[in-house]
Write a protein that binds this ligand. Structure first.
Ligand SMILES: NC(=O)c1ccc[n+]([C@@H]2O[C@H](COP(=O)([O-])OP(=O)(O)OC[C@H]3O[C@@H](n4cnc5c(N)ncnc54)[C@H](O)[C@@H]3O)[C@@H](O)[C@H]2O)c1
Length: 444
């Protein structure tokens, strides 16, 4: 399931054709390896606002080197600009002033983060200026190239101390395939964040439920949450029992084979978590299916099964776990949506309905949860798995290239994003839907 085109572009003939025909040349993306520093290089800090004074110290606690001055010949792995001080449209000039001179001094796979104030929390000229930041970051994401990523992080007033886990994620190779996104911190519920003492194992002593854990994206989610210290309970259908068991044994985890659409599935999962683990800290609704047909040819079975697995089951399981008090304080519920649920897709009315519904589930729970429990979703774009291997060649090629990185993502890219949501320091990260799509050209 490798990307053969990307391999070809690095061969001598491929390089020649890419150069002469103007073909896309995807940069090999850097990905995180366990034990490596979060940022392999220096981050340049700029801007003047609510966070500017604390940023350098905050990055220092994450082991990230930063500077506010540009020495001759210096190169940067990341740029962080505090734009919370921009209160009028003329102030937006500060973006050009900071970024233009340093964009040619970036290392490969650079990370750019602009920090703003949620526009809905301010008014008048400041609201206009803060909203404008989104056009800037989304465009720079499409321009930056060389495996770079650009994000906008809106930090609510009072949540300045709750940004560590988000910067750790967005500045590191963990966010390799996440770009052009808008993240909100402190927008729903708490603006606090507990202190994490061990950034290598933030989930030590925590229990994580992962549905559809036997293969694909679910397998990687289980692996990454285990790497971060969690005990993983993997759930999958009885047909996947042997793969599920061997993976969970390898990860010192636990398993439950059941169909999540079964009538008693929510109760069985809740009972198991309560009895065997005393509760759950991270709930990842990853299990999902596609049964594509244009609506004119859609039968009941295709429609019903997709809605049942992808949407109704996550909804009922979340409700049961919350109603029974099985989700521990500070816990995290994560839905797996899809770009199809945002942009729509031919032949996928059932799937896109279910995935837009997952976003609806995030919206409906985000304001209602208490005890520091959060709910967020990832919306993967084209991720190379068995699911996408079944897509016809031509459609697959187009699907893989139509993003700012000209390549498909890997299951680990989705898993790392989920691990950021699950981090106990992410309690102020609530109600977000972040796309893991290499900044796909399609949709919003
Ligand atoms: N691969 C992509 O490009 C992509 C893009 C967007 C969203 N997604 C979403 O990511 C998630 C994982 O996708 P994947 O590509 O790894 O798929 P996959 O088919 O490789 O894995 C899905 C897993 O879910 C399990 N599952 C299915 N129905 C179940 C049920 N009723 N009960 C319990 N387990 C069940 C399967 O047995 C399988 O192990 C899905 O929700 C999918 O919709 C994937």
């Amino acid at each position: 399931m490798s990307d053969r085109y990307q391999g070809f572009t690095r061969s001598p003939l491929g390089k020649l054709l890419v150069k002469n025909l103007g073909l896309p040349a995807p940069t090999p993306l850097e990905r995180y390896t366990e034990g490596a520093p979060l940022v392999d290089g220096t981050v340049l800090l700029g801007g003047r606002g609510r966070l500017a004074e604390s940023l350098s110290e905050l990055l220092d606690t994450l082991g990230i080197a930063s500077t506010e001055t540009v020495e001759e010949g210096a190169r940067f792995k990341g740029l962080v600009f505090d734009a919370t001080g921009l209160t009028s449209t003329t102030d937006l000039h500060a973006l050009r002033e900071f970024f233009t001179p340093v964009l040619r001094s970036l290392e490969s796979c650079p990370r750019v983060v602009v920090i703003g104030t949620p526009p809905e929390a301010v008014s008048g000229a400041e609201r206009v200026a803060q909203r404008a930041l989104e056009g800037f970051t989304r465009s720079l994401g499409k321009e930056i190239g060389r495996g770079g990523t650009v994000q906008l992080v809106y930090v609510a007033d009072g949540a300045e101390g709750a940004v560590s886990s988000t910067l750790a994620f967005l500045l590191s190779p963990k966010s390799a395939y996440v770009s052009g996104q808008v993240v909100r911190i402190g927008a729903h519920g708490t603006t606090d964040a507990p202190t994490v003492t061990d950034w290598a194992k933030p989930l030590a002593g925590k229990v994580a439920l992962v549905t559809g854990a036997s293969r694909g994206i679910g397998e990687q989610i289980a692996r990454v949450l285990h790497r971060d210290g969690a005990t993983v309970l993997g759930v999958d259908v009885p047909q996947a029992a042997s793969e599920l068991q061997s993976l969970m044994k390898e990860l010192d985890g636990d398993w439950l084979t059941l169909d999540i659409t079964g009538k008693d599935a929510p109760q069985r999962i809740a009972h198991h978590l309560k009895e065997k683990h005393g509760g759950v800290d991270v709930v990842v609704h990853n299990a999902g299916i596609t049964r594509d047909r244009k609506l004119a040819n859609m039968d009941d079975a295709r429609w019903d099964s997709v809605i049942a697995v992808n949407l109704t089951a996550p909804e009922l399981i979340s409700r049961e776990l919350l109603d029974q008090g099985v989700v521990n304080a500070g816990g995290s519920i994560v839905g797996v949506a899809s770009i199809a649920g945002i942009a729509g897709n031919v032949g996928q009315t059932n799937y896109a309905t279910s995935k837009a519904g997952v976003i609806g589930l995030v919206d409906s729970l985000a304001d209602e949860l208490t005890d520091g429990i959060t709910v967020n979703a990832v919306a993967p774009g084209f991720i190379i798995t068995q699911m996408t291997a079944a897509v016809p060649f031509a459609t697959r090629e187009v699907g893989q290239r139509l993003n700012a990185m000209s390549q498909g993502g890997l299951p680990v890219d989705v898993a790392e994003t989920i691990a950021w949501y699950a981090n106990p320091a992410s309690t102020a990260v609530n109600g977000n839907v972040v796309r893991v799509c290499g900044q796909m050209m399609l949709g919003a």
